[in-house]
Ligand binder design. Structure first.
Ligand code: EPU
Length: 439
C-alpha cells in the first residue's frame, strides 16, 4: 500500500491538461454490452476504477482488441460478482445493459460505503416499471424480462447511475418510456449523446424529462471521453488554497457553473477563454465522424484561476446544476483557511464528512452537526499524518497538505488512485512538492 508525502507551502502555478472523466467513462464503457458492434473509446482515463470496469466487461464477454476498442459479440456471462462490485459500486451500471440485451442479469448488491448507505432501490423500481422481474437473494439481484417494455416513471430522487441505467435499458425496450426527475449531471447527458450516436431515440437529454423510444438494436460507437470536471475543480482548488494561479484546459463551461461561482464568492479571480481544443480535436480525429460530433457538441474553453487570500462562503450541495457533492470535501479544505466562518450543508449523501476529523488533525476548526459543517477559518494548517477514507476526501487531504506548514502524509492513497490520474505528476508540474512512497 502506498502513501503520499507532501511538503506544503508552495504556491502552485502553471497549466494543466485536464484528464478525462472517470464518471463519464464508466457508463460509456458499459455501452459495449448493448451492441455486438465495436465500441471504441478514446482517452479512457488511467485510473483504478477503469481497470475494474475493464475486468468486469471482459468477464461478461467483451473483448478489447486495443486499449479502448471494445466489442461484445456475445454476452458470455450475466453475473457481476461481489468480488468486483464491492471494489467499485459503478459495476451496477451493467444491470440495465445486460437485462436489455440478454433478458437476464445477476448483479451483486453493492452495499453501503464510506459516504453513505447508497441504496439502489430507484434503479430497481424503474426496471420493474419496465416489466422486469427482480428478486434479491443471497446478496444478489436476479433480474429477468423477455423484453423490457416502455414505461412512465418519475424518479423519487435524480440518481446519477440510476438515471443512466434506466436510460440504457429503455433504449432497447419495446415501446416508449417517459422519465421524470432524471439526473441532469453532464455525465448523464454525455451517455445520452453517445447512445443517440448508436441509434437510440432519446429526446430531452440534458433535462429532467426524457422520452425514449426503444429500438431493437444499436450500432457501434466511436467516442471521446470528455474532460473530468471534478479533477479540474480539484486542481483549481489547489491553486486557490495555495494562493497560486493555474490555467486548465479543456474546460466545459456548462458543467461547472455552481463551482465557479463559489470560487468567485471566495474571492478568487476566475477567467474563461475560448481555446483551440475544438480545432485540435477536429484535426486529430477528423476521420471519426462521431468523435468529431462529440467534440462539436461541446464548447471547450480554458479556465484560469488566481487567488490571494480566501474569503468564507456558505455551500449547499445539490444535484446538478447545483453545487456538486463531489466538490464538497475539496472546498472544505479551502474554507478551513478562509477569512471568516463558513457553513457546508451536505444534502446528497448522509455520511460524506469523513475528511472532517482528518482536517481537524491538521489544525482546521470544524464543528459537525448532522449534515452541516461549520468551518471557522484559521490562519494556517500544519502537516500531519492523515487517513484517506474515500476518493474526494483523499483529494481534500492532499489540498490541505499543499497549503500546510511542514510535511503531510496521506495514508491509504488507493482511494485517490480510483479517480485521479497522475495526481503527483500533475501537481509536481505546477510546482508542488509531493511524492509517493510505500506506506
Ligand atoms: N439514492 C437512492 N436510491 C437509489 C439511488 C440513489 O436513495 O436507487 C440516493 C443515494 O443514497 C444518495 C443520492 O441518491 O443519497 C445520490 O446518489 P446517486 O445515485 O446519484 O449516486 P451514484 O450514481 O451512486 C454518482 C457518482 C458519484 C457522485 C454521485 C452524486 C459515478 C460512478 N458515481 O454516484 O461519484 O458522488 O453520483 O453526484 O458516477 C465519486 O466519483 O467520488 C463519486 C462518489
Amino acid at each position: 500500500m502506498d502513501c503520499l508525502w507532501i511538503e506544503g507551502g508552495k504556491r502552485l502555478s502553471g497549466t494543466l491538461e485536464v484528464p478525462s472523466s472517470k464518471n463519464a467513462a464508466l457508463p460509456l464503457m458499459c455501452l459495449s454490452l448493448m451492441t455486438s458492434a465495436p465500441v471504441s473509446l478514446e482517452a479512457l482515463p488511467a485510473v483504478a476504477d477503469i481497470e475494474s470496469m475493464r475486468a468486469l466487461l471482459k468477464d461478461l464477454g467483451a473483448e478489447e482488441a486495443a486499449p479502448g476498442q471494445f466489442q461484445t459479440k456475445n454476452i458470455r456471462s450475466i453475473r457481476a460478482d461481489y468480488e468486483i462490485v464491492r471494489k467499485m459500486r459503478a459495476s451496477i451500471l451493467v444491470l440495465g445493459p445486460l437485462l436489455a440485451r440478454e433478458g437476464r442479469a445477476e448483479v451483486s448488491l453493492p452495499g453501503g460505503c464510506n459516504i453513505g448507505d447508497r441504496p439502489i432501490d430507484i434503479h430497481l423500481e424503474g426496471l420493474r416499471e419496465m416489466g422486469a422481474k427482480i428478486e434479491i437473494e443471497g446478496g444478489y439481484i436476479f433480474a429477468s424480462a423477455s423484453r423490457l417494455k416502455g414505461c412512465h416513471f418519475s424518479l423519487p430522487f435524480p440518481t446519477v447511475t440510476g438515471s443512466i441505467n434506466l436510460m440504457m435499458a429503455a433504449s432497447l425496450a419495446e415501446g416508449v418510456s417517459h422519465f421524470e426527475n432524471m439526473a441532469q449531471e453532464p455525465e448523464v447527458t454525455e451517455v445520452a449523446h453517445a447512445l443517440k450516436a448508436m441509434g437510440a431515440k432519446i429526446e430531452g437529454e440534458g433535462t429532467a424529462q426524457l422520452r425514449i423510444e426503444g429500438v431493437s438494436q444499436l450500432s457501434g460507437l466511436n467516442w471521446r471521453v470528455p474532460p473530468d470536471r471534478i479533477q479540474l475543480l480539484t486542481y483549481l482548488a489547489a491553486a486557490a488554497i495555495t494562493g497560486g494561479e493555474i490555467r486548465c484546459r479543456p474546460y466545459d463551461q456548462s458543467s461547472l457553473g455552481a463551482v465557479i461561482q463559489k470560487f468567485k464568492d471566495m474571492s478568487c479571480q476566475v477567467e474563461e477563454r475560448r481555446e483551440e481544443m475544438l480545432s485540435r480535436v477536429g484535426n486529430l480525429h477528423s476521420t471519426h465522424s462521431q468523435l468529431w460530433q462529440g467534440a462539436k457538441a461541446r464548447e471547450y474553453l480554458e479556465v484560469s484561476l488566481s487567488a490571494d487570500s480566501l474569503k468564507a462562503t456558505d455551500i449547499e450541495t445539490a444535484p446538478f446544476p447545483g453545487f456538486p457533492t463531489d466538490a464538497q470535501a475539496q472546498f472544505m479544505a479551502c474554507l478551513s483557511i478562509a477569512d471568516g466562518s463558513s457553513q457546508i450543508h451536505e444534502t446528497v449523501f448522509e455520511n460524506r464528512f469523513q475528511h472532517v476529523s482528518e482536517l481537524k488533525r491538521m489544525g482546521a476548526q470544524i464543528k459537525l452537526n448532522a449534515a452541516v459543517a461549520t468551518i471557522k477559518g484559521v490562519k494556517g494548517l500544519s502537516g500531519a499524518s492523515v487517513m484517506a477514507s474515500d476518493l474526494r476526501a483523499s483529494a481534500s487531504l492532499v489540498l490541505a497538505g499543499l497549503a500546510a506548514k511542514g510535511k503531510t502524509q496521506v495514508l491509504r492513497v488507493y482511494h485517490l488512485d480510483r479517480g485521479y490520474e497522475n495526481i503527483e505528476e500533475n501537481l509536481q508540474g505546477l510546482g508542488a512538492r509531493i511524492w509517493r512512497a510505500p506506506q
